[in-house]
Design a binder for this molecule. Structure first.
Ligand code: IMP
Length: 185
């Protein structure tokens, strides 16, 4: 773990997540909201965010996998974690979102492939309202024009772990968000 460099400390994250929670509370104006977290990376962020929101909140989870995606598919190929562009649903929500206020909660917005896929999928449920909250935005890496309504931090093009984010399933339990130098780029 010596090689990890802190990019965002747990205090910075907590402060920003609290701000995001206040903003969502204001925007949702007393309406019930379903938070849909994208497993596994967004689990930690979702659990902190929902506790900062003062509305009637429930949550659900969805999971996707990207073919050719970085460490998960090929742990030894450090550096080749680019998505091939194909996103596949591996776990759907457990309830209809029709007529509901939905906030999709994602860890990182990177190329935008995953969010584009999930937006299309969830909008197909015909929710009453649909918003997206991401903790991190690697804006410089976007391939598809898609944006989030709530963004925690815009970060540079570096591979980050911690606070739910992994490299080959490791580091998710680190409380800070750290750069993993060997995998960046
Ligand atoms: P996108 O489809 O390219 O926008 O990729 C989004 C997904 O890629 C995120 O939900 C993460 O699972 C993963 N990802 C992208 N960058 C990183 C990173 O720096 N660390 C960990 N996971 C990442």
């Amino acid at each position: 773990m010596d090689e990890l460099r802190i990019l965002l400390s747990r205090e910075q994250i907590a402060q920003r997540v609290a701000e995001m929670g206040r903003q969502i509370t204001t925007d949702c104006a007393g309406e019930p909201v379903i938070f849909v977290g994208v497993l596994k990376g967004a689990a930690v962020f979702l659990s902190d965010l929902v506790r900062q929101v003062r509305v009637d909140a429930t949550f659900d989870f969805i999971a996707v996998s990207s073919y050719g995606n970085r460490a998960r598919a090929n742990q030894e190929l450090a550096g080749s974690w680019e998505s091939s562009g194909e996103v596949r649903l591996t776990k759907d929500v457990e309830q209809s979102l029709r007529g509901k206020n939905v906030i999709l909660v994602e860890d990182i917005l990177d190329t935008g492939l995953t969010l584009t896929f999930l937006k299309r999928l969830l909008l197909g449920h015909e929710p009453k309202s649909f918003r997206v909250a991401v903790l991190l935005d690697k804006a410089s890496r976007r391939k598809l024009a898609v944006a989030a309504d709530y963004v925690g931090f815009v970060i540079p093009d570096e591979f980050v772990v911690g606070y739910g984010l992994d490299y080959a399933e490791k580091f998710r339990n680190i409380p800070d968000i750290c750069v993993l130098p060997d995998v960046s780029g």
